[in-house]
Design a protein around this ligand. Sequence first.
Ligand code: NAD
Length: 261
Amino acid sequence: MIFKNKTALITGSTSGIGLAIANDFAAKGANLVINGLGNKAELDKICEQIIAKHSITCIHSNADMLVPEEIRNMIVEGTKYFGSIDILVNNAGIQFVSPIDEFPEEKFNSIIAINLVASFHTIKSALPKMKERGWGRIINIASAHALIASPYKSAYVAAKHGLVGLTKTVALEVATNGITCNAICPGYVWTPLVEKQIPDTMKARHLTKQQVIDTVFLAAQPTKKFVLMDDVAALASYLASESASSITGSSISIDGGWTAQ
Ligand code: NAD
């Protein structure tokens, strides 16, 4: 129970990688603040399932990562309920695929807001309490696209590269406070976010669904297989552990060899 008496807040944890991280942390004893879009009944159900499985305390917030005030309130409410947010995972993210000259402005702005700016707000709000307690873990779920680019993903690539910059800066600012800040850079993980990219990628590149999987997604990954959500969660767990106290400001790839090429 390495996370007993710790509270983790994971943005975008009602689905995919975030939900896998929530379950992994709960299995190790962490209490949770989960977050994601959805109504109260849906979020209640996800919390109930986690509580039934892991006997921890779980509360939820449907704060919209597009709205700074809702983000700040989520951190305040979580801190009020549990006394502290010890582990912050910035995971909420969206994607949109389009050539840049056709990229809708509002989509570009939303991707930057959710995938980058929201992390500024969560970190800014959570840090004072972490500093006070002399302990904290901040984990930003970036992407292989934080390190390299692909065509038609201008907003996503820009946001994720920015997230790595934010990670390094925060790590330097809190290096002597017992707080670490790192980024995880996954390759393609089979989640709803990836599945949703298929129709637009088919359209942008004139490909069938199978061709998108083989020649766009898995072509990039030398292992020729999707990264597993549970493996990303295990890496997040390690970064949140005591053993990882000297890892900070790092961007750690879990991408089947993609960025080694
Ligand atoms: P997903 O679509 O399965 O889950 C996204 C989560 O974010 C959901 O809980 C959703 O409710 C939440 N969310 C979306 N918009 C939100 C908003 N405005 N406010 C609050 N919550 C919001 O996605 P996923 O594939 O699990 O991706 C999670 C993270 O991992 C993202 O940051 C993504 O960029 C990153 N990532 C994913 C992959 C992949 O292949 N799936 C690869 C690299 C990085």
